[in-house]
Design a protein around this ligand. Sequence first.
Ligand code: IVH
Length: 681
Amino acid sequence: MEKAQAYIRVQELRDIITEANRMYYVENSPTLSDYEFDILLKELEALEKEFPELVTEDSPTRKVGSDLKDSDKKKEFEQYPHRYPMLSLGNTYDISEVQSFADRAAKGIGNSFTYSCELKFDGTAICLTYRNGKLFRALTRGDGTVGDDVTANVRNISNIPQELKVPAGFIPTLIDPMPWPDEFEIRGEIYMPWSAFDRLNEERVRDEEQPFANPRNAASGSLKLIDSSLVANRGLECTLYHMLGEDLNFQTHDQALKAAASWGLPISDKRKICRSIEEIEDFISFWDTDRKTLPFATDGIVIKINELPYQEELGYTAKFPRWAVAYKFKAEQALTRLLSIDYQVGRTGAVTPVANLEPVQLSGTVVKRASLHNADQMQILDIHIGDYVYVEKGGEIIPKITGVELSQRGSDVTMPEFPEYCPDCGTRLIRDEQEAKSFCPNQSGCPTQIKGRLVHFLSRKAMNVIAGDATIEQMYNKALVWNPADFYELQKEHLLTLEGWKEKSAERFLKSIEDSKNVPFERVLYALGIRYVGETTAKAVAKAFGNIDAIIKATEEELLNIDDVGQVIAESIYGFFRDEINLETVDRLKAAGLKFETDTKDEKVSDVLNGKTIVISGNFSVSRDEIKALIVSHGGKNSGSISSRTSFLLAGEKPGPEKIKKAESIGTPIISEEEFRKMIE
Ligand code: IVH
């Protein structure tokens, strides 16, 4: 490669890797699989090796990914410097590189060393400091130099002791009155076992929140919760694997961990001291299979030189210790047959190919459908209907197809054809090169897009009108609604023309439509369905501008000034309000009486709930957010977990059984929505 070309690629790789690091460590919402990420990083490393003049101090090859929020954003945690830098581990997917690691080590320290082989826990790194036997501080890795202080949250993780215990048989002396040093650090991983992860995601789906992509993200998101009392409910666990300090008198890493275990610290027993590469390989291949039976996620094996003086001799690079390496397992895969491909049109017009598969078991669930992303991806995979394909669970919730097993291709396979025309309305599709996606441009005429927008408009987090997809479909088919504003012009006699509708159902629907006029502006803005504008962005934009006219008038630069709004979102908002139909919709909705400005008046309605801490659970007649707003507007406080301080549990339909059990066990009163409404009447 020419230097000029390398320069461009290096810049490109740094941008991609930096953004992927941010999505992974800060947003907890990975955009690349570990494997894809590692391949890009290795490509950057290779280019920097070939063209050393392109190396910069801040290249992602030289620093660890940071979990700290951008410095210009509001800090949520106190930050403290790490006493010893908190580094990452060199990793490989190739067993021969483990051999090279051992050879390199042997060159430096001879042949009389052993290896400590351990599971690589797939969680988020933590550094605990114990002073005089008590937990003093817990810091996240941060950027490796400075970490976020999450001590309050860590105190709610049940297997982390607040105080160390003296092991049986310990004999104090004048020099060593206690078994542990006055101060030491111990590092490890906070992780979320599968059972807690499944439970949390079920709850999030029920509450219409985005589920976490994997237990690692769930653990890291939970560790950074602002309300530390919520952490206790998340089922987090900790395992510790590296002790550091000034006056530790251990000869080996293994001795240090054994001592820590005897003081009551959580240390994994799935470790082995190995004496040869063969023993390491056996350990790796054992866990590559047996990891499927573990109650938590592990993504590899860490191999460390066990003798501490040798560790010291080998030292560190800017990013890794030279005394340890991680062998990473490839993501779990399943092989199954591709039966057919559906081309789905979404609310925004994007056409996504979705594979229908012969059902197959993968990481605990049965997979029947998988994403193929776009036409490019199908071409790269050279996928044919009838092929045997590999499916993997990547960063996203829906599994994806990662490869085709060509050796099993039969003679009856057929080439899939990506449609040129919208499968729904027949309009010629256009391709967005930037996103490598095909779109149906017929926004105002494509039935799926229209219905999708109507469903989104009425949904719970938007206008919260009681109407299922089938109702909206019925109304659309009878040509009663086409534009969201049409809902506000519906009369009872229109509704009575719908099959199965009676006076009562029509009245209930109209009442719900009427109630929606009180929905706050930020949710109306979200309901409009502007591409890329989710709830959080809508909230930020509504707050920043105060009313719809200011947003309509805003320039792209003004939109870009808002936190959370990047180029793509700014362009999308700007473009949305340049479309005549959208402007007309806003005018009609305004005329119907929807809120198009933020409430400035004091939202406090009464003091009846003053001093009360209320936990809610289950489904209510309105959204949970509205119930929370009601609590606050009447002077109460909403909390996520039940404790002795909870005044009562407000239980809707199908409340969480855990919450009910906890409330009953500590005598917290449980009240229904009806009783609650009487209270605040
Ligand atoms: S030792 C100087 N041991 O994996 C770094 N790390 O991808 C010493 N990890 O940053 C780390 N399990 O957060 C070590 N048994 C284990 C581990 C482990 C998971 C994490 C750790 C590290 C990351 C690197």
